[in-house]
Design a protein around this ligand. Sequence first.
Ligand SMILES: Cc1ncc(COP(=O)(O)O)c(C=O)c1O
Length: 393
Amino acid sequence: MTSSFDPEKLLNKTLVSLPPSGIRKLFDIASTMDNVISLGIGEPDFITPWHIRNAGIRSLEKGRTQYTSNSGLGELRSQTAKYLKRRFGMDYNADEILITVGGSEAIDLTMRAFISPGDEVIVPQPSFVCYGPLAELAGAVPVYLELKTENDFRLTAAQLREKITSKTKLIVLPFPNNPTGSVLEADELKEIADVIRRTDAAVLSDEIYAELTYTGKRHVSVSSLPGMRERTVVVSGFSKAFAMTGWRLGYAAAPANIIKALTKLHQYAIMCAPSASQYAAIEALSEGDGDIEEMKREYDHRRRLIVDGFNSAGLTCFEPKGAFYCFPCIKSTGLSSDEFCRRLLEEQKVALVPGNAFGSSGEGFVRASYAYSIEHIKSAIAGIIRFVGSLRK
Ligand SMILES: Cc1ncc(COP(=O)(O)O)c(C=O)c1O
């Protein structure tokens, strides 16, 4: 007798109904092909600077292979607080920092710490793919806010005001933005903070690209504006600024009472972030400012090259001011984002990510990462120029 027992039916219904990340779809196809030139992945092509790797190695040599305290090494937390002050003028003590497994874990913890079933979470889009799904899994209703092309995908106070209701629990501020490269200037943030201060909502400010801005001005954290610190969780990490994606290390910075709640979740779910990564991160924060500047200079060079490349292919590309992505418009080709990326991959073996993977307002755009070498970017652009040319014949 065969059993009709179907374990899949036991799975959480919200989880089952969530689509997998749209970033992956095309890369599954690309992985079956040879010699694909990809501008698809959002991670630095740099190897973690040697002195940082060496600090991780040294910690292993010394046998530091045990759990650390749940919140992370005391030295790392105080270095993080010093770093935030030195680089961005942010005021946090060591006990207001929680070391997490990537910025990703800090985002998940923040969602779960604040959300009760039925709460609303405002998620501006296009943006990184995890906010909406994690909010839903925590029982919230994600309220998507469509960032507009005419504002270069920056959030305006008026747009935010329209989405706020009595159920708004959390507002995600995803700037500098993946995938658009847009940043918020201090005066724009101030207007946004004026709106938020009139609500009972908390803020999840994802500042993982804070080091990578090309405006000539330092990144401004919403948490440093009057009345915002007490309601904001700043999420950041080591992956992007220090080329440390595989070390899986990030942090949340927030007032101690919020950090205490996040730590409770982290303690049950994770225990602590990887020890060797934490030792390496102490070195990154204390001796790594020069590495950041060097990598940033290189990204800036690549940024100019790629934007010029897209524009010369006839695909309008506004200037990305942060992170390491550009977000050119492909509407002039008459193709959808999915068709454009699929055909570009099939016909020229160049992989980009369809803009709609980051929310419906990304339709008509594609994301290209410039965390690749100049040669690599040039080859990809040549393929894109050939592809767009062939459509016009
Ligand atoms: C905007 C944004 N936030 C957070 C993350 C998560 O980074 P990690 O978990 O590697 O720190 C990413 C990674 O791509 C990202 O683009």
